[in-house]
Design a protein around this ligand. Sequence first.
Ligand code: ZN
Length: 135
Amino acid sequence: MGTHLEEIPVRTTRREEMIDVTTLVRAAVRRTGVEAGVAYIYCPHTTAGVTIQENADPDVRTDLLGHLVRLVPHDAGFRHSEGNSDAHIKTSLVGPSQVVPLDEGQLGLGTWQSVFFCEFDGPRSRKLLVKVLAG
Ligand code: ZN
């Protein structure tokens, strides 16, 4: 039996963006061969996170990202010398992980739900980890 841990490379192209990675997560889950349990989706970065949101209207993504940018401006007099405190704060707001139930080999996402990789300090080469726990 394997570890049921899959790594998904994600290449981001803008400083801030939300990338629909649902197809990649589904493929990673399939590779584990696990039929039932939970998929734990984890983003091992301090300036990128993962969320689940609507996939039907791309304006939802645009509004969410736009609002986060207004909420935490890039240059707001932060102390952190790297100059990317806004990205750290946005990442904490979004969070580093999501858990999705898995049944009969299928992710239990709702019809309008997708998994989004959230970049806040790109462009960079990133990764997403998917750990599938059978049960
Ligand atoms: Zn930093």
